[in-house]
Ligand binder design. Structure first.
Ligand code: B12
Ligand code: SF4
Length: 469
């Protein structure tokens, strides 16, 4: 039996971070518990005092695992989280003194920048991708991994198909009281689409294409419901990428008959048929979220979308006919965005959507292992700080000019203004630094970046380095 402490770094108070239930770390803990290891999970939402008093770290732990969910909030106006992780790890090391448990990193954000974070945070070993199997391997003989300085690939985990998660009541209550949804997985199967900015296939690693048996999904929903959870988010990259299975899951939700339980997920408008829309309409689904990102067909193609604006219109019609609530997510300022494409997207929005049906953002975060990073010729180390695809500085004015006034509500206007201000202050990574880049008509730089100082330097410089949304 190994003593393993698991720390949810995603629950640290950081500007732009609004913590959500730590589903990934709970998967790791559940796998370890089933093999009779001694575990404890530290979460600063559940126990805020654990942030000031780090004495929990000084018990006799063999291994300390850290989950890093987000690198930054993927928002033009927000700072990155990495300096906060560094500052916390420095404090923790100080508290540990001469004690030397094995330090292990993992999580979706960690997986993206595994090599960079391993060094910067001083972990002995990390896991890129689904972590249960590798973590079991590590805790079986921690000494083998001490000072390894390398990441292990994640691996398929058989327990995903057989086990159901039963989360600790106090952790559930802490997050339920904040009003957010808890995550539930239905499958470990990489999305078949190839959006140029999307790193999901890389993060998911070797996920074997496993579909969770619907009985296990029902069991997990019932258990969470019994603990007071009334909102669930299915964490699949795309919930209905396997339409037949998605229908089975929705039938399972309906059959579970859990009054007031609402749920949501990321959907795609294709495949999406009448039968699926019928099922959704009686399943108490919350907003059905689709992400065409643009509503200009040329830009959608450049983004790598496998559907076009006609599919979005059919999706909207199906939802409206059945009173199913939906949200269309649009992110302007990506590859090929021009004055005309912004006009076309705004025209579509004006003609088809109500204000509350639109999620609007500006700026594409360039992430590792994506076509976008490759097209811009940027290395991972260059994009650890918040880094965005080049965008025309006039983009913000075009949006305000083109959208009907009913879409220009205060919150959206504030976001646009914050984005404009931040993008003007960001540094430009010059052409040549990253390779081929934009061609003749593109801007004179490869990407916009917000270079982050270590927290200690920010404080000693006496500056407020954080722009809040
Ligand atoms: C579902 C999802 C959401 C849902 C979450 C719903 C919920 N209540 O859980 C919603 C829509 C709310 C959401 C919001 C956001 N998300 Co999100 N989300 C995802 C998504 C698609 C799946 C995450 C998930 O839960 N997977 C299932 C769990 C079980 O897997 P997991 O957490 O990865 O854990 C496994 C491994 O990572 C590993 N592991 C985890 N911890 C540890 C620890 C150790 C020690 C080890 C060894 C292994 C290990 O093992 C686990 C089990 O196999 C990912 C993309 C992806 N494909 O991963 C993005 C992703 C995690 N999100 C991301 C971001 C940025 C956000 C937002 C900031 C977006 C925004 N601007 O609002 C917010 C932040 C929310 C928050 N406060 O943390 C980024 C994070 C990386 C980054 N760029 O910084 C991702 C990777 C997507 C992307 N754009 O690249 N998100
Ligand atoms: S549809 Fe979603 S999950 Fe699939 S590649 Fe595109 S952005 Fe990624």
């Amino acid at each position: 039996m190994t003593a393993v402490l698991l720390v949810n770094l995603a629950s640290l108070p950081m500007p732009g971070n609004d913590p959500i239930f730590p589903i990934g770390l709970r998967c790791i803990q559940d796998a370890l518990d089933r093999k009779q290891h001694r575990t404890r999970l530290i979460d600063f939402v559940e126990d805020p005092s654990a942030l000031t008093d780090l004495s929990w770290a000084t018990e006799s732990w063999d291994v300390i695992g850290f989950t890093i969910r987000n690198i930054d909030p993927v928002d033009l106006s927000c700072d990155g989280h990495v300096p906060h992780y560094e500052a916390f790890l420095a404090r923790l090391r100080e508290t540990l003194g001469s004690r030397r448990p094995l330090l292990v990193g993992g999580g979706p954000g960690y997986s993206l920048f595994g090599e960079e974070l391993l060094g910067r945070l001083g972990f002995d070993v990390g896991v890129v991708g689904p972590g249960e199997q590798s973590m079991l391997q590590i805790v079986a003989s921690p000494q083998k991994y001490m000072g390894l300085g390398r990441n292990l690939p994640g691996a398929r985990y058989q327990g995903f198909l057989t086990d159901t998660l039963d989360h600790p009541q106090s952790l559930l209550t802490a997050y339920a009281s904040r009003g957010g949804a808890i995550g539930v997985e239905t499958k470990r199967k990489t999305c078949y689409q190839g959006c140029v900015y999307c790193p999901y296939a890389y993060i998911s690693g070797d996920n074997g294409g496993d579909l969770k048996p619907t009985e296990a999904i029902a069991e997990e929903l019932r258990t969470a419901y019994a603990s007071g959870i009334r909102e669930v988010f299915f964490t699949d990259g795309i919930f209905n990428s396997e339409l037949r299975f998605a229908k089975d899951v929705v039938r399972t939700i309906i059959a579970a008959d859990l009054p007031d339980l609402t749920w949501s997920a990321y959907f795609t408008p294709k495949p999406f048929d009448d039968e699926f829309a019928d099922l959704l309409s009686v399943s108490n689904v919350g907003p059905v979220i689709v992400s065409p990102d643009s509503l200009d067909d040329r830009v959608m193609r450049l983004l790598g979308k496998s559907f076009d604006s006609r599919h979005v219109t059919r999706f909207i019609d199906r939802c409206r006919q059945r009173g199913v609530k939906f949200k269309v997510s649009v992110v302007l300022g990506g590859p090929g965005e021009t004055r005309e494409s912004v006009r076309a997207t705004a025209r579509y929005i004006n003609e088809h959507l109500e204000s509350e049906e639109l999620t609007l953002n500006v700026g594409y975060r360039v992430l590792p292992e994506t076509d976008m990073a490759r097209q811009l010729g940027l290395e991972n180390a260059e994009i650890l700080d918040p880094t965005f695809h080049p965008l025309d500085p006039d983009l913000f004015s075009w949006i305000i000019h083109d959208l009907d006034s009913r879409f220009l509500v205060t919150r959206r206007m504030l976001n646009l203004m914050a984005g404009r201000t931040s993008s003007r202050k960001m540094q430009k990574i010059p052409l040549g630094a990253g390779g081929p880049a934009m061609g003749d008509e593109g801007p004179e730089y490869v990407a916009l970046t917000r270079r982050m100082l270590p927290i200690a330097e920010v404080r000693s410089a006496g500056t407020e380095n954080h722009v809040r949304r």
